[in-house]
Design a protein around this ligand. Sequence first.
Ligand code: ZN
Length: 539
Amino acid sequence: MGNKQSNEKKIQESQISVNQSQLSARESQLNTSNSNQSNYAKKEQIAQELYFPSSDDCPSKINITLGGINFWSNYDSGNLFKVEQVETNTFNLSISEDCQGRIPPVQSNKGTRQWFNFKVVTASDFQANFVIVNIATRFKKIWSADSDIYFKINKIWNRYPAVYQGFQVKFSFEFQANQIVQFAYMPPWSYKKNQKYLDFYSSQLHPDIYFRRETIAHSLEGRNIELITITKNGPSEQQPYYCTEYLFPEKQFNEPLKKFKKQYILISCRIHAGEVPSSFILKGILESLKNQNESAEYLLQNYVFLIIPMLNPDGVYRGHYRLDSLGYDQNRVYNRIVKFPKFNGPLAVLEICKNYNVAFYIDLHAHSVLTNSFIYTNWHPNPSIHSAILEFPKQMKQKVHHFRIKESMSTSINYEKSQYEFEGIYTEKEENIQKAPDLKIHITKENLVPQNMTSDCPFSTNPYLTGVAKSDVYLTSSNMFSYTLEVNYRYYTKNKQVFKYEISDFINLGRDVVESLYSVHQNQDFIQIKSQLDGSIFN
Ligand SMILES: [Zn+2]
């Protein structure tokens, strides 16, 4: 019933989907009538007033035949925008920027041309040269000529050599007649695949494990943002709890999430749509819990795992690299959820952290530029508490051979800078720092923390990075054990040598998250600090 309602909502929204002329008219109206309003504020106003996207309005999804070859991307997580035949067997391919041609994205979509995922079939045997002509510039530094893409034939994904040069990715492929070949930046983890995986996962669980799967929110386009609950010694100590009107949309039909008298570990994933390695990390975490070794057993007995496997399902479906369907980077909106409650994924994360006894929060990501795996966390002025916060990254360093403690940065905000400089700034650094006084961020002098540095933990000093999950969970719910786990898509370096990640490395990284969460509980200093905090802060 809930799904039916959501589909109806989707249909209504698609009917009022704005056309380009409406959009231009409103843009010029705003430009002339209110010249003091920042570009950012104008874009946001348009998005809120006019634009409710429909799933059909998706230029990244095409299906064309050219020179005897059929190219298509009109499926979940597909992204191919344009194909041009430049010679008999040479084709220029363009991928879509997030939200390309639909609305001016509210946040910058510069650099979002990275994810590609399309299928090809030829009528006869054919040797083709493909050039993806518009990949994002950020590859220049890190990707060498000796790189690759992935392709799938008969359900098996493999690496395939490709040359990355500037804006281009070049590769040749020998097609056999009528054989469907899928090409992608990484083996995709689509919205549908995520659901299938969870179906399979839940069917494999030992009956000792308490497991729930429900919709915690709908995305703007009506897709399910799912919440998984996993623990042991199930529901005996629950108290009913509803979060807000936006959460648990099917609560009238199902029994809603209840509170346990245990602490929680919250893990979320795919707020950045194209960051597929994070789904493989999550797979490793889930498999590890399913296998119930000593570490998993301890954690399941002592904690309730709450897992949101896909925070941005619309972006994933659309084949976006980073943004949602309105062109927001949802990992920069956590400080202003109340302003625009369509951010139901981030809203779910914050409401859980505010209303449940969350001991650890880990948001899973993938990084295009920095190599290896590493963690961002928050800085705390009390050295013992800060050391307890760093215990999880330190355990990761011991277990994961490609983990870099050097880049396990804490966010710090320079206390010396006046509060004025932070007030109202809401954008990313590379976007010419705009001031939008109507959007007050909630960093106050009390929230600002002095810059500090230790040998094993150099701090990031970017004060403009606001609205990020791990920071806002800390600022709004006092949960300081809040982390962003990153892994590079392709590379790690060790002893000055460069290595390529395999998918299995990401899955093992997830397993090591579980092992490290267990190991922090073996450290007496950590236990002592944590129990003091639990007495004063968490209750
Ligand atoms: Zn990310």
